[in-house]
Design a protein around this ligand. Structure first.
Ligand code: F6R
Length: 262
């Protein structure tokens, strides 16, 4: 796993976007991007939007697949991930809405998982998956104890996730209990994964993802099995890593062709 430790959260957005842009440039304008919601990737999306506007990144034919969605929120509900992705990804990055996909948490949820897997396959798979991590180490909404080979399916949110996400709703009672999420197996199929995390609240999760055992109790640890997984984190999120000095040395000595243009 590649671990890039940035001095602050603003730099995490710039480096996260540069990493995604580097991969997208290699793939070409029809790149397929996996997108997360939540606070962590917002600065990465803002920076990607800036790169698109400045003409240095072409996403004109790009497709996007969201990681997850709440079950039971209408597509236009402001906290539904359909609407969140429209506001934070589709519009700022100028993506064609017809090529932006979010799991269906409001229609026929029984077939939604299979339909989503089929749509990803039809698009040729995800080239680069952007991820955040929950404070409990979840990625997507794969809560601790999720199968490491799971596919897109309905899950029950952990109470810690509902508490963490209550900030987006008027009260915790309004946070849905169920969600539909890409599985850990689905996420592992992405050809590249870029996880962004900031703040002390993520330090335990980051340490478990990078340096802990691969275990269903920390779903993000499955990224240790991925060939091209990068974590872009700030000093606070890195504070519980035991090998941060090594990760900094590795990044500082990257060959020119691998360097990120930040
Ligand atoms: C959301 C998702 C989640 C979040 C995680 C962190 O699509 O996949 O795994 O990335 O809950 O959320 P924030 O970034 O709000 O701390």
């Amino acid at each position: 796993m590649e671990v890039i430790i940035c001095p602050d959260a603003a730099q995490v957005g710039r480096v996260g976007a540069a990493k995604v842009a580097q991969i997208a440039a290699k793939v070409g304008p029809a790149v397929v991007i996996g997108v997360a919601t939540g606070s962590s990737p917002l600065s990465t999306y803002q920076e990607l939007a800036r790169l698109v506007k400045s003409g240095s990144l072409d996403l004109s034919q790009a497709s996007a697949f969201a990681l997850d969605e709440y079950v039971g929120l209408p597509y236009t509900h402001p906290e539904s991930y359909h609407d969140t992705i429209r506001r934070t990804v589709t519009e700022p990055l100028g993506l064609d809405p017809a090529r932006v996909h979010v799991p269906d948490g409001f229609g026929d949820t029984q077939t939604a998982g299979e339909r989503y897997e089929a749509a990803i396959k039809a698009a040729g798979g995800v080239d680069v998956q952007i991820l955040g991590s929950g404070s409990n180490g979840h990625i997507g909404f794969n809560e601790p104890s999720s199968s490491l080979s799971s596919r897109t399916r309905i899950k029950t949110l952990a109470s810690r996730t509902r508490e963490d996400n209550a900030r987006f709703f008027d009260s915790i009672d309004q946070v849905p209990v169920h969600c539909i999420t890409q599985g850990l197996g689905t996420i592992l199929d992405a050809r590249n994964a870029v996880l962004v995390a900031t703040g002390e609240g993520k330090a335990d999760a980051v340490a478990a993802i990078v340096e802990g055992p691969v275990t269903a109790m920390c779903p993000g640890s499955v990224l240790q099995l991925h060939q091209h997984a990068t974590l872009v984190i700030d000093e606070a999120a890195a504070s519980k890593l035991t090998m941060s000095g090594y990760y900094k040395t590795v990044y500082a000595s990257l060959p020119d062709w691998q360097r990120l243009d930040v």
